[in-house]
Ligand binder design. Sequence first.
Ligand code: SAM
Ligand code: FES
Length: 344
Amino acid sequence: MTEIVEKLYRTGNISDSELKSLIETDDKCVSNLIVKCADETRQKYYGKKVFLRGLIEISNYCRNDCLYCGIRRSNKNTERYRLNREEILSCCENGYELGFRTFVMQGGEDSYFTDNFMCFLISEIKKKYPDCAVTLSLGERSYESYRRMKEAGADRYLLRHETASKELYGKLHPEEMSFEKRRQCLFNLRELGYQVGSGFMVGVPFQTTENIIEDLRFLQEIRPHMIGIGPFVPHRETPFSDKKSGTLELTLRILGILRLMFPKALIPATTALGTISPDGRELGLKTGCNVVMPNLSPVSVRKKYNLYDNKICTGEESAECRVCLEKRIKSVGYEVSSERGDAL
Ligand code: SAM
Ligand code: FES
């Protein structure tokens, strides 16, 4: 099996059956070799640098009803909030002082954030902080909306495809949500010149190894600048409340495989990874991850952006998260970069 890892390391690609054997392996030597090769690959292109993104969770209102997500509209037991313009700008100000050069505005699909509102906000942030990148993660919007926000100055857009299997998509989403529409959004974003991030959850209910291989092939097709994957973690107020989380081992193995398949991609060590294991993000960094996304949202709203149970970093001030992450990054031998961190 080690020769399969070496082939992936050398060529960046292997067959479906070879991918299957790596994804399903329980051989520690193979897993260790994936980690070693992933780290060498990441260091070849990015050295020891880890890029920071300041995450601002602007709203937990959502019109969608994804079965896995804690802020789905059917969850009547969550207190809803949205940040106003001043609050978002104050998060950016705080973030800039803490050294962040990317602001990620993420939220549920909330019609309060119209194109006019977003365009005004984006241009204001770009005017105040011309050296910063603005990233959006606001779900599915029209081509025209993406176009206007790009014109207003947005640089990047994160939209996980969630799954490349139409069948699995149907099991994770209500009927009114469309597999084709989500994919089309990604193609539209790419056409409009955004730096695009996509990805999926590991260990989401009903997911098979074949589904994961489909995800990897879809990522090869759209070649995103950033690839965000993290374990599925159940939320008690969703239909998947009794399902198991994705495992640390499988998530790390897929992170390593992703680094070998996409040597130049930006790959975050996600909050979900830190939630299922206290050193999950450090292990992610050692397995090819080169981005972390500390939380910049006001502490008063953090617990309300509850995508899944036991989410970490909900009690800490932004400055504490920043210090905590820098310590974690250094503890595994990497360094915080003060750059914007665009993909190579
Ligand atoms: N509304 C935007 C969208 O759809 O892209 C951004 C917010 S959405 C909550 C961000 C991501 O959270 C989703 O793409 C999904 O992969 C992830 N997520 C949602 N529920 C989760 C869960 N239970 N466990 C782990 N990740 C989850
Ligand atoms: Fe938020 Fe550690 S990263 S407290």
